[in-house]
Design a protein. Structure first.
Lengths: 405, 405
């Protein structure tokens, strides 16, 4: 019998009516002869509400306690969905992350999955039940409740799909798939029927918000085919699968953009071994997630280093960098939160070296200045002014002919 | 080192400010050199909100799923209180019922505690932490989440106090103790400094809403002194303790009343062995909680049986009784939801047989008709018209001189 893991995000179960709609879809899937394991997020904005409540109660929020608090949201949505299924005559049983035996390390707020035992889920499936698992949560080796960080429910779903050897993991959300660009900016953007794990990783890493990076990595490493689709239209969405070498690859698959980052520049950095390491170790020690790093060739024994960080980490990054300036003998440190990143992603770029030239020409023709450039084998990113990024996305989408027509 | 278990009800932790006030009181208790284990209910009306949400989602509500849902409320209040304590510099750790090792049977919605292991709580205390335990919940022998029924958080607190051999169990609520009558009806009612477990059991059973019957029974059986007090005034309240035979006992300690019940009368019941058993077995099979039962002496080979049931069970009780009428050859079945019960409770009644006469005289002098009478060794209850019960409470409180003055 086929088995799918279906994951429903917060917007998919935002109220009683939505929960019933989801139950109806699960019941239909079962009637088609497919076993289902459901993973569910907290309803709507529950998690945000809990974070606000914690802020009202105390400025000191031990991560262990915050994890206990935040996991309560899925403890509501999971039994509600199990009840809705029972109301449709489908035998269901809800499970916490702990009951589903999602064992993690002890890193609260951002725990890594160590093992998924899933014996209770297998037993429930064998009894003809639909297991409904609370997403985003696990239990640590210390028997404490943990959370899996951003996109955690996706990670839960992929991990369960891997552990149960499911045929697919369906990620239901409020968009109908992965697009060639953000449809709010490029109305003619095309829904991609199929992307490779590698492309999806670069799309996620460069601003595509549909799937969290970590769950895509997990799916790739465990060979779990993902199907990203809408719980509002229920139509087929985007499959994220292993790259198929026999297929002709599009040079560029998607244009992505990211306005969540800021830029830090350290000028006059002595061009000596170990300086960069010192800076980025200090940032890592403060849990700053550095994205793009650019360092130019040294001209006069010193160089400028620029890097991007999440806007929320800008202040701490500036503090870290400024504290190091006397020690490393650098010049000054500047922050800039007016930047954005525009990227092209496509597996075919590997064999088409001309893409970068075209990208720079398109931006230059609109007088959009490029402040930083970074590349991977299948991605090309430019940092530009934030107020020009939407225009850049539209121009690149058009230049690489990514629309349907 | 002294150890107290402090239980805070829903009104005591209804919002962020109240949670901080409770944390402050716990911190003060610790500063006085007393170890504290906290048991906390869900915030304010959370549980009612969850029940309504479940109703919106599905008419079918499997008890296992309802238990999972309802326990989420304490999963919010417990870590919030632990955070508030951390904010005051008090090291605290929240525990679910499962983590606190409160092991129950598998009766969902009304589980009985089988065992309290409490190893993790002992370890937390040994590390100088304040354990904050989610009340009302346990984990069954089948590893499912269970709830302990009405007054369940009180039961959690008493069970932990017994398991940890605490010096006392403090029940914080929104009233300042146990009173000689409901202060809303008798403004001059006196707060009782001390009542025996036996009196408290009869007070709880006859309408006193401060403590649930089950937690008092548990405390009596395990010799846990209870202290019922207010989390709004923080002043000393009522101690519920073992009866002290050396003390002079008040004849009457309190006047209680209960307007939550209705009366069922079955007329013309053949006076043969087994008839009553048949009726009350049928009611028990439908989970009807029968309270007072009165059967008069048979005069002409038949008798009338009257009994009281919770108003919410009146319809099902009438159905059960009417279905039995043809089989047992009885007359008719009548329901009456216009009744109320007024009771006198006092350990001294055992040695003062005149109390009943005084009670009947007081009611007669006000022309309050007595419809049913029932007695226990330390309680005397009369069923009267509901619209006369408050007057009856006032008159009896005055007649037995229960006020301070």
């Amino acid at each position: 019998m086929a088995l799918v893991v279906q994951k429903y995000g917060g917007t998919s179960v935002s109220d009683a009516e939505r929960v019933r709609a989801v139950a109806d879809h699960v019941a239909r899937t079962r009637r088609r002869g497919t076993d289902v394991v459901v993973v569910v997020s907290a309803m709507g904005k529950t998690t945000d509400d809990l974070i606000r409540l914690a802020g009202d109660v105390s400025a000191v929020q031990p991560p262990r306690e915050l994890d206990m608090l935040l996991t309560s949201g899925e403890r509501v949505s999971a039994p509600l969905l199990a009840m809705a299924l029972a109301g449709l005559g489908v035998d269901a049983a809800s499970f916490t992350g702990s009951q589903a035996q999602i064992i993690t390390d002890t890193t609260h707020l951002n725990a890594k999955i160590v093992e998924v035992r899933a014996d209770r889920l297998r037993a429930a499936l064998a009894e003809g039940k639909v297991p409904v698992v609370a997403g985003f949560q696990g239990v640590s080796l210390d028997r404490d409740v943990t959370t899996l960080g951003r996109g955690g429910s996706d990670t839960t779903a992929v991990a369960l799909a891997a552990a149960l050897d499911a045929d697919a993991c369906e990620i239901y959300t409020d968009v109908s798939g992965v697009f060639s660009a953000d449809p709010r900016i490029v109305p003619e953007a095309r829904r991609l029927a199929r992307v490779s794990f590698e492309e999806m990783l670069d799309i996620a890493a460069s601003g595509g918000r549909v799937l969290a990076l970590r769950s895509v990595e997990f799916a790739r490493n465990h060979h779990v085919p993902l199907h990203v689709r809408s719980s509002f239209t229920w139509e087929p969405g985007t499959w994220v699968v292993e790259e198929d070498p026999s297929m002709e690859q599009a040079v560029v698959t998607a244009v992505t953009h990211d306005i969540s980052e800021a830029k830090v520049t350290v000028t006059g950095v002595p061009d000596k071994p170990g300086i960069a390491a010192q800076l980025f170790r200090a940032l890592a020690d403060r849990d700053v997630n550095v994205d793009t790093i650019v360092q130019n060739t040294s001209l006069h024994g010193t160089t400028d280093i620029s890097f991007t960080v999440p806007k929320t980490d800008l202040d701490v990054s500036l503090d870290v960098a400024r504290a190091l300036v006397p020690e490393i003998g650098a010049g000054e440190v500047m922050g800039d939160d007016g930047i954005a990143k525009v990227s092209l992603v496509g597996a075919g770029m590997r064999s088409h070296p001309g893409v970068s030239a075209t990208m720079f020409e398109v931006l230059a023709s609109a007088a959009i200045n490029i402040e930083m450039i970074s590349t991977s084998s299948i991605r090309l990113s430019c940092v530009v002014r934030a107020d020009r990024v939407e225009e850049a996305v539209r121009l690149l989408h058009q230049a690489f002919e990514l629309s349907d027509g």
